[in-house]
Design a protein around this ligand. Structure first.
Ligand SMILES: Nc1ncnc2c1ncn2[C@@H]1O[C@H](COP(=O)(O)OP(=O)(O)O)[C@@H](O)[C@H]1O
Ligand SMILES: [Mg+2]
Length: 563
C-alpha cells in the first residue's frame, strides 16, 4: 500500500504517514495509532504488536518493534530524533535498565568523575556483599548529578540489580510519595513473580502506592494516620527486602530537594531498615536549594549522625574535563583557542558547556568542513553569558509557534502531557505536534512514555521566565482548571492509575493524586539560582546580529532564572 493510500484510508495526512515511516514523527498519538490499525486491518497478535511498537517512543523502540511498525507502514528504518548534526554530539546510548532510567538517554560518555564514580561503585559492591547503603549525590543544577546517577543505574544493571527510579518535580512537592509512586511501580513490575504474588496478603498497604490496584482492598482498621503511615513504611520495606533476597535492589530518587515530606520520611525509614539487605538507595539533590530549614537538610543530618548516609559532592569540571567534554560531544578535538573560549565562559559547568556548543552550531559559529568541525574566528564568536541566556538563544531559533508552545508548556512543569498543553495553548493537534517536533529536534524536550519532558529543569525555568506576569497567571489558571477537570470525574478516593502503562514503565512525572492530595498544579517558579560564575556578564555579541528573544535575554538582568 502506498503512503497516499494509507493516509487516505486512515484519514491522516500524507505528511503524518511519511514522518512516521521516516522515524521523525514523535510517538504517534493513541487515536492516530487506532486509525492506522483500522486502516491496515490488523487484528489479533499483529494488532497488539503494532500498537505496542507504535506507542513506544522512537528512541526506545527495540529493533523488533521498529521492524513491526516499519513492516506495517512499509517505510524506511526508524531513527531517533537528533537535535544536532549527527556527527556533532556522539551518541553512545547504552540500553536502559529494565526497571527504570533517570531522564533522557545521555548523549555521550560520562566525562571525569572518577573519584565520585568510584565512591558509587564502592557502595554498589558493599550492597552486593549484603550491606545496604544510602548514597546522595549533591551539587548545583546542571553539574551532572543525574548524569552520574544514570551511570550508576547501568553499573547496577550490569551487576544484576533490579533497578527502579523515581523523580521529584517542583510542581509535585506536596504530592505524598510522589517519587516512590514511579519507583515502586517499576519495582512491582520487575519483582520476581512469587514476591509480587505475595503483595496483597503480606504487604497490603503497599497497594496504596501501586498503579492499577484496587484501593478499596484495604479494610478500614480505625488506625491513626501515624499508624497507617508506619504500616505503609513497613510494607515498602518488607517488599524491598523480599526482592533483595533474590537479587540486589537499586532505588534511585532524583532531585530530592523537591521531595514531599512523606517521601523523605519513607526514605529515612528505608535507610534505617535495609542496612542488612542488598538494597542501594541513591538520591540526588541540589545543595543550593537545601537550607537549614529544609526538611531534606534535617533528614540528612539525622542520617549522618546515625552514619547511614554518604554524601558524594559533584563539582564543575576543570579545564581538562571541559576539553574532554567538548571533544566527546563534537566527536573530535577542537582548537585550544576554542576550548579555552568555552571554558572561560562556562567555568566547566557541563550543562552550560553542552548548551553553548549547541548554540554555536545552530548559529553557524561552529560548522563542518570536509568532515571536520571548524570554528569561526574566535574573536567573532559571542558566547551567551548564562545557561538561561543560552537556552533563550536556542529557543529563539524555533518558529514563533514552537517558542510559544514551549513557554506555555513551562507552566505545566518539567514534564507535561500533550493534551494538557493543547488545552492551555489553544492550538490544534497538528499545530501542536509540529511545534513539539521542532522542540524535540532541537533537543529542548524529550519524550518519556506518553509525556514530554524538558531536557533540564533549567530549560523549563528559563522559558518560564520569558512569560509575562499576566500571561503566567492566565496560563496557571487555565492549567488549574484543566487539571481539576481531569481529576473530578474519577470519583472514589481520587486515586488515579498510571495511564497506559503495564506498571513497569510509569511515566516520570505522571500525575497521580493520592487520597490526601489533590492533583497539584505548578505554583511558583524556583527562586533565582544561576550556576556559579555565570552571572553578571553581558552578552558578548561583538556586533553579531541576534534575534529579538536573544536581545531581550541579553538586556535582562541575569541574576536569576525566573524573571
Ligand atoms: N561528567 C559529565 N560527562 C558528560 N556529560 C555530562 C557530565 N555531567 C553532566 N553532563 C551533561 O550535562 C547535562 C546536565 O547534567 P545533569 O546530570 O542533568 O545535571 P544535574 O542533574 O546536576 O542538574 C546533561 O545533559 C548531562 O548529560
Ligand atoms: Mg538532575
Amino acid at each position: 500500500m502506498s503512503q497516499e493510500e494509507l493516509a487516505e484510508r486512515a484519514s491522516l495526512s500524507a505528511r503524518a504517514i511519511s514522518d512516521l515511516e521516516r522515524g521523525v514523527k514523535r510517538t504517534p498519538r493513541r487515536d492516530t495509532v487506532q486509525l492506522l490499525v483500522e486502516a491496515l486491518e490488523l487484528s489479533g497478535d499483529a494488532r497488539t504488536a503494532f500498537v505496542t511498537a507504535a506507542r513506544e517512543p522512537a528512541a526506545r523502540r527495540t529493533p523488533k518493534q521498529a521492524g513491526r511498525l516499519q513492516v506495517a507502514v512499509e517505510g524506511a528504518p526508524m531513527h531517533p530524533h537528533s537535535s544536532i548534526p549527527p556527527a556533532a554530539i556522539q551518541t553512545t546510548p547504552a540500553p536502559p535498565p529494565a526497571g527504570g532510567f533517570l531522564g533522557a538517554v545521555p548523549e555521550g560518555s560520562l566525562i571525569g568523575r572518577e573519584a565520585e564514580f568510584s565512591a558509587i561503585l564502592a557502595g554498589i559492591e558493599a550492597v552486593i556483599q549484603g550491606s545496604g547503603q544510602l548514597l546522595v549525590v549533591v551539587g548545583e543544577p546542571g553539574v551532572g548529578k543525574t548524569r552520574i546517577s544514570q551511570e550508576a543505574t547501568l553499573a547496577c544493571r550490569d551487576r544484576g540489580f533490579v533497578v527502579a527510579t523515581g523523580r521529584c518535580y517542583e510542581p509535585h512537592q506536596s504530592v505524598p510519595y510522589y517519587p516512590f509512586l514511579e519507583a515502586l511501580s517499576s519495582l512491582y513490575g520487575a519483582a520476581p513473580d512469587p514476591v509480587r504474588a505475595q503483595v496483597p496478603t503480606r504487604w497490603p498497604h503497599l497497594m496504596r502506592l501501586l498503579p492499577d490496584q484496587p484501593s478499596g482492598a484495604l479494610p478500614a482498621t480505625g488506625a491513626s494516620p501515624q499508624e497507617e503511615q508506619q504500616r505503609l513504611f513497613w510494607a515498602v520495606t518488607g517488599f524491598l527486602q523480599a526482592i533483595s533476597e533474590t537479587a540486589p535492589v537499586a532505588l534511585l530518587l532524583d532531585d530530592l530537594h523537591w521531595a514531599d515530606d512523606a517521601s523523605l520520611e519513607l526514605l529515612q525509614h528505608l535507610a534505617r531498615h535495609t542496612r542488612a539487605h542488598r538494597v542501594l538507595l541513591l538520591g540526588t539533590y541540589r545543595d543550593v536549594e537545601v537550607g537549614r530549614q529544609h526538611r531534606l537538610g534535617s533528614a540528612l543530618r539525622d542520617l549522618e549522625r546515625e552514619r547511614l548516609v554518604e554524601r558524594i559532592p559533584v563539582r564543575r569540571l576543570g579545564h581538562e574535563g571541559t576539553v574532554r567534554l567538548i571533544a566527546d560531544r563534537m566527536g573530535q578535538d577542537l582548537s585550544d583557542e576554542f576550548t579555552e573560549l568555552v571554558y572561560r565562559h562556562t567555568d566547566g559547568h557541563p550543562l552550560f558547556v553542552q548548551e553553548v556548543l549547541r548554540t554555536l552550531i545552530e548559529r553557524g559559529d561552529v560548522y563542518r568542513r570536509d568532515g571536520h568541525w571548524e570554528s569561526r574566528e574566535i574573536a567573532d564568536i559571542g558566547v551567551p553569558e548564562s545557561v538561561r541566556a543560552t537556552i533563550a538563544d536556542r529557543a529563539s531559533r524555533l518558529s514563533e509557534r514552537a517558542q510559544g508552545a514551549l513557554r506555555e508548556a513551562s507552566v505545566l512543569g518539567q514534564a507535561f502531557d500533550f493534551e494538557d498543553l493543547q488545552a492551555i495553548a489553544g492550538l490544534s493537534e497538528d499545530e501542536l505536534e509540529a511545534a513539539l517536533e521542532e522542540a524535540l529536534a532541537a533537543g529542548l524536550v524529550y519524550e518519556s512514555g506518553d509525556r514530554y519532558v524538558f531536557n533540564h529543569a533549567l530549560t523549563q525555568q528559563a522559558l518560564y521566565a520569558e512569560l509575562s506576569k499576566r500571561r503566567r497567571s492566565r496560563l496557571h489558571l487555565a492549567a488549574g482548571k484543566r487539571l481539576n477537570g481531569w481529576r473530578s470525574p474519577s470519583g472514589g478516593d481520587g486515586r488515579r492509575s498510571w495511564r497506559g502503562t503495564s506498571g513497569r514503565e510509569a511515566p516520570p512525572g505522571g500525575r497521580f493524586a493520592t487520597p490526601s492530595s489533590p492533583v497539584t498544579t505548578p505554583r511558583r517558579c524556583t527562586p533565582p539560582r544561576m550556576p556559579r560564575g555565570t552571572t553578571g556578564r553581558r552578552w558578548n555579541w561583538r556586533g553579531r546580529s541576534t534575534t529579538g528573544t536573544a536581545r531581550r535575554a541579553s538586556s535582562r538582568s541575569s541574576a536569576g532564572l525566573c524573571g
